[in-house]
Structure formats: C-alpha cells, structure tokens
Design a protein. Structure first.
Length: 77
C-alpha cells in the first residue's frame, strides 16, 4: 500500500513563483513585450499574447494570461 504525502499534494496546488499584474505597454515583435508595473517600473517579459493597454498576469518573467481591468483603490489605515 503506497502512502501519500499530504504536504506534497498541498504544494502542488500552489503555483511556483510570484505572480504580478502589469499593464502591457508595447509588443516588441521578437516574442517579448514591455510591461509597466504598478509602481511605475518597466520590465521586459516573454510573450506577446496581450495587446498594449491590456493588463496581464506575469509569472517568472512570462505573460501567463490576461488580467481583468478592475479599478484600483488605495486607502490609508
């Protein structure tokens, strides 16, 4: 009878790497895109599946999908 490691099963549910949302500012034509972060920083990421102006999920330096364009609020506590 094989035993199952519950911790390994749990870890498999969580994606590895950090996932961020960025606004795509340009497709470079060589398989990469420019993305602007919320703090104003600009990074180059792999993929051109998002058009400029769209928000995208970025994980491990690669576009993983289109993010919804939801309003953003900032509050002080």
């Amino acid at each position: 009878m094989a035993t199952t490691n519950i911790w390994q099963q749990f870890k498999a549910l969580i994606p590895e790497g950090v996932r961020i949302v960025a606004t795509i500012t340009a497709n470079n034509g060589n398989g990469t895109s420019q993305a602007e972060l919320r703090d104003g920083g600009v990074i180059t990421v792999k993929g051109e599946s998002a058009i400029p102006g769209q928000k995208a999920f970025i994980q491990n330096g690669e576009i993983k999908g289109i993010a919804p364009a939801l309003p953003q609020y900032e509050i002080e506590i």
